[in-house]
Write a protein that binds this ligand. Structure first.
Ligand SMILES: NC(=O)c1ccc[n+]([C@@H]2O[C@H](COP(=O)([O-])OP(=O)(O)OC[C@H]3O[C@@H](n4cnc5c(N)ncnc54)[C@H](OP(=O)(O)O)[C@@H]3O)[C@@H](O)[C@H]2O)c1
Length: 362
C-alpha cells in the first residue's frame, strides 16, 4: 500500500502489525460508507469484509450501496460481496468489527458479535451507557480502556467486548469541555446544536421536512447530550457530576454539526484564559494515524466556525472553536464545530480501533 500523508507523519510503531483486518457492519449506510472510504487509505487497518441487512446481503457492495459520498466508491470495496451481520459470516483472522448499524437493530447484533469473541467498535447508542462499555475519545479519556482490562483480569481474556464512541454531538462537546474541565471543573452546562441532515443517515429526513426549514431533533439526541459528556469526562465507571441541559435542532446543511456551549466553570476563567487552554490542548492520546495535529482549530472571526469553511479541518478529525466569550449567566460561552460522519462517527470508531491496536488490546 502506498504511504498516506498520515502514515508518513506518523510512522507505524514496531508493535503494530503491517495490516490489521477489520469488518464493517452496516457498511451500506451513511456512516458505513465513511468507514469504507477512510479504511481505503488507512495505514494500519485493512477492510476485510462488509456486512449489512438481509436486503443487501449476497449483493456486490457497489450494487447494494447507493454511494452518497464525494468521489467514487473505493474499487476494492466496490467488488466485495455483502455479508449478513452474523459472526459466523466473518472471515477467519478478523477480530475487529466496526459497527455502523442502525440503532434500531444494533443492540442484539453487537451482543452476538461480542459473545462470539469479537472486539466491537460501535457507533450506535444502544450500549454507550452500559457500565462495562467504555465510551472513549482517545484524546480525552484513553484511560477508560481500563474497564476492558478489569474485565480481562476478571478471568476471561478471550471474551469479546464492546467499545463505543460517543454521539456525534457529544464528541465535539466533550472535546471542547475537556481542556477546560481539567483546569476549571465544570459546574453546569447548556448545549444547543445545529445538526446537518447527514446525521440522520440515508435517505434520512424527507426533503419536505428539511428544505427551507429547521426543526427540533425528533429523536432522543437531547438525552444523549445530557449523559454522555459526563461519562466521558468522569473516571472509568464514575461519571462526572455536573448537569447539562440540551436542545438539538436539525438544519438544512449537509455535513457538520455546530454546537453552542454555555458553561459555568469553577474559578470563572476569562475568555482569554479559556482560549489559551483550548489552543494549547494536545489531548491525551498517543500518536495515532487519525488523530490530527492540531486537534483544535481556534477561529477569531466573528462568523466562524461555519460548516461551509471549517467542517473539513484536520481531514474532518479536528474540531473548530470560536466566539469564546463571557456569558452573563453561566460565565463562559463558545461555539464548536465538527464533521459528524467523520470525527462524530466513522473516524471516531477507527480512532478507537487504532488505540486498541497500539495498546495491544487486540
Ligand atoms: N450519520 C451520522 O452522522 C451518525 C453519527 C454518529 C452516530 N451515528 C450512528 O451510526 C449508526 C449508523 O448511522 P447511519 O447514519 O449510517 O444510518 P443509515 O444510513 O440508515 O445506515 C444503517 C445501516 O444499518 C444497516 N441495517 C439496517 N437494518 C439492519 C438489520 N436488520 N441487520 C443488519 N444491518 C441493518 C443498513 O443496511 P441496509 O443498507 O442493508 O439496509 C445500513 O448499512 C446509527 O446507529 C447512528 O445512530 C450516525
Amino acid at each position: 500500500m502506498a504511504p498516506t500523508t498520515a502514515s508518513v507523519a506518523n510512522p507505524r510503531p514496531a508493535s503494530v502489525p503491517a495490516s490489521v483486518p477489520v469488518a464493517v457492519l452496516g457498511a451500506t449506510g451513511m456512516v458505513g460508507q465513511r468507514m469504507v472510504q477512510l479504511l481505503a487509505k488507512h495505514p494500519w487497518l485493512e477492510l476485510a469484509c462488509v456486512a449489512a441487512s438481509q436486503r443487501s446481503a449476497g449483493q456486490i457492495y457497489s450494487a447494494a450501496t447507493r454511494w452518497r459520498l464525494p468521489g467514487q466508491c473505493p474499487p476494492r470495496a466496490a467488488g466485495m460481496r455483502v455479508l449478513a451481520c452474523s459472526p459466523d459470516q466473518i472471515p477467519a483472522g478478523v477480530k475487529i468489527v466496526l459497527s455502523a448499524l442502525d440503532s434500531a437493530v444494533a443492540g442484539p447484533i453487537e451482543d452476538a458479535f461480542r459473545a462470539a469473541g469479537f472486539a466491537v467498535l460501535s457507533n450506535a447508542a444502544n450500549h454507550r451507557m452500559d457500565i462495562d462499555v467504555p465510551l472513549v475519545i482517545p484524546e480525552v479519556n484513553p484511560d477508560h480502556l481500563a474497564l476492558l482490562d478489569r474485565r480481562q483480569t476478571d478471568g476471561d481474556p478471550a471474551a469479546g467486548f464492546i467499545l463505543a464512541n460517543p454521539n456525534c454531538c457529544a464528541i465535539p462537546t466533550a472535546m471542547a469541555l475537556a481542556p477546560l474541565h481539567e483546569r476549571w471543573p465544570i459546574q453546569a452546562a447548556i448545549v444547543s446544536t445545529w445538526q446537518a441532515v447527514s446525521g440522520a443517515g440515508y435517505p434520512g429526513e424527507s426533503a419536505w421536512d428539511m428544505v427551507g426549514s429547521v426543526h427540533p431533533h425528533p429523536g432522543n439526541e437531547e438525552q444523549k447530550l445530557t449523559q454522555e459528556p459526563q461519562k466521558i469526562l468522569g473516571l472509568p465507571g464514575t461519571p462526572a457530576d455536573f448537569p447539562i441541559s440540551a436542545r438539538c435542532v436539525r438544519v438544512p446543511t449537509a455535513e457538520g454539526h455546530l454546537i453552542g456551549i454555555h458553561a459555568r466553570l469553577k474559578g470563572d476563567p476569562s475568555p482569554t484564559d479559556a482560549a489559551e487552554a483550548l489552543r494549547t490542548w494536545t489531548g491525551k492520546a498517543p500518536p495515532l494515524p487519525s488523530s490530527p495535529r492540531p486537534l483544535v482549530h481556534l477561529s477569531t472571526q466573528r462568523d466562524r466556525p461555519a460548516t461551509r469553511f471549517d467542517v473539513d479541518a484536520g481531514d474532518g478529525m479536528a474540531i473548530t472553536i470560536g466566539r469564546i466569550e463571557t456569558c452573563p449567566i453561566l460565565g463562559i460561552k463558545l461555539y464548536v464545530l465538527a464533521h459528524n460522519t467523520i470525527r462524530g462517527a466513522a473516524g471516531a470508531a477507527i480512532l478507537n480501533a487504532e488505540l486498541l491496536v497500539l495498546t495491544r488490546r487486540i
